[in-house]
Ligand binder design. Structure first.
Ligand code: ATP
Length: 441
């Protein structure tokens, strides 16, 4: 370890001990104050460590450039002098669990070189995770590296009852790796969520439907579902949906209905507004497709072809007129992801390989957003790409069945739904009557 670093840390600890000893007995700090002081020492240690070791690391990793200059010295003759050009560490910002470095490229260096350095940087400083994002100023030459030194999303969290207010633009789904709340934009977006079996896609699905449920109850959102796996997932919260399709033909009918709504809205809004603003009676139409592959890859060829055609059309015309799609898929193979480019935001839960991460998030993203490295036990954890193009790791809250049923009875889509208390014998709680015989509601 660097000698200066050892002395600096030693000095800090000595200072802290000296202050503690010097304080009179009556003014000895409380446990909370001690914890706070330790945190401060740790942040100072991080700051020093990055400041002192940055140049060495940049040089060892080939980020810096060495120049040798020949100079003439009186009495010595010609001599070579070595000079380094390093990427400039402009700021080190510490928090209780992370360190953010603001780094500017050296002369003649591409920003991509710095961005590609992030995994090495994280490994060198034993960070649990990292993300790279552009700086607010001089984004063409300056990059921010956020290194998560203590992972705040290792522990799962359970969702609670959403606030009883009409919210349609975005939903609160969980936490970001920085510990800040993770909101997912819903209006004006088509969303694709990809994750292997058991990765926790359900947390995203119910996070979206559950958080929108107060808006569903006042008809500011109409949720439709396609669940060709026998309706297993969606029927649990069926009253929240206006319709659920459980067969291929029903799914195609539903897609036709959605395309017709989007076409009619486009006509209506032409010359009036460029973006639809949902409200009670003029809802946001939300189509949730659980396992997209069962529609676009495994269904009968005719259904598959028609569904794909309609879905592609919907994805290209629906967004601005308040008709949006959220699709879930396990396997991001080509025939499923063929329409990936039409989704305006993609989310990668645990996937099986770096190639799959690239398929979901975009070429070359596996290095910055390693969804293939998410642990099996970290269900609900995913990598996302933010508006500014930066990546972030998030964890959605878990939605227990009981909470979904409670919401379904509290905020049903229309008043004539069968709720838990008056469900017919043999019928699943919260399941609309018409679904019991496999039909579309
Ligand atoms: N956010 C979460 N936090 C903690 N545990 C979770 C979370 N989400 C899901 N789980 C656990 O993981 C299990 C699998 O989750 P889920 O059914 O959502 O996976 P999935 O991706 O939908 O899988 P499949 O595609 O096979 O249906 C759940 O039964 C639950 O125990």
């Amino acid at each position: 370890m660097n000698e200066t670093l050892v002395y600096s840390v030693g000095g800090l600890v000595a200072l802290l001990v000296a202050v503690l000893v010097a304080l009179p007995a009556t003014r000895k700090p409380t446990l909370a104050a001690l914890v706070w002081a330790c945190m401060l020492v740790r942040r100072a240690w991080w700051w020093l460590r990055f400041r002192i070791t940055w140049k060495g690391l940049a040089r060892e990793s080939g980020l810096s450039k060495r120049r040798t200059k020949r100079v003439k010295r009186m009495g010595v003759g010609e001599e070579s002098i070595e000079k380094w050009r390093d990427p400039r560490l402009k700021r080190v910002i510490t928090s209780s669990h992370s360190v953010t470095l603001k780094v500017r490229t050296r002369r003649g260096q591409a920003l991509a070189d710095l961005e590609a350095f992030a995994p090495k940087l994280a490994a060198t400083y034993s960070a649990d995770s990292y993300r790279v994002y552009p700086a607010k100023r001089r984004a063409g030459s300056t990059v921010m590296f956020e290194l998560v030194m203590r992972d705040l999303i290792t522990k799962p969290a359970t969702a609670s009852m959403p606030e009883p207010r009409m919210q349609t633009s975005s939903v609160l789904l969980g936490r970001r790796q920085s510990g800040k709340p993770f909101h997912l934009q819903i209006e004006q977006r088509h969303t694709l969520v990809v994750g292997a079996s058991g990765a926790g896609k359900g947390s995203f699905l119910w996070g979206i439907v559950g958080s929108l449920s107060p808006a569903i109850a006042v008809d500011a959102v109409r949720a439709y579902g396609i669940d060709l796996k026998g309706g297993m997932e969606l029927t649990m919260g069926a009253p929240l949906f206006t319709k659920i399709a459980v067969k291929g033909e029903q799914a195609v009918e539903m897609l036709q209905e959605f395309v017709a709504i989007a076409d009619a809205r486009t006509e209506e809004l032409r010359g009036v507004s460029r973006n639809h603003k949902p409200g009670p009676g003029d809802p946001l139409y939300l189509l949730l497709i659980d396992e997209l592959a069962s529609l676009t890859a495994y269904a009968d060829p005719e259904i598959r072809k028609e569904a794909e055609r309609l879905l592609k059309r919907l994805l290209s015309i629906g967004r601005a007129v308040g008709v949006v799609v959220v699709a879930f898929v396990q396997d991001p193979r080509k025939e499923v992801i063929d329409m990936r480019g039409l989704f305006t935001q993609t989310i990668a839960l645990r996937v099986r390989s770096a190639m799959e991460t690239n398929m979901v998030l975009g070429d070359g993203m596996a290095a910055q957003a390693s969804a293939h490295r998410i642990l099996k036990a970290a269900q609900g954890t995913a990598w996302i790409i933010d508006e500014d193009g930066s990546t972030d790791r998030v964890r959605a809250d878990y939605w227990p069945d009981e909470l979904i049923r409670q919401l379904a009875s509290l905020y049903p889509a229309t008043p004539d739904l069968v709720t838990i208390s008056d469900a017919a014998p043999g019928q699943l709680p919260g399941m609309p009557l018409s679904l019991a015989d496999g039909g579309v509601r």
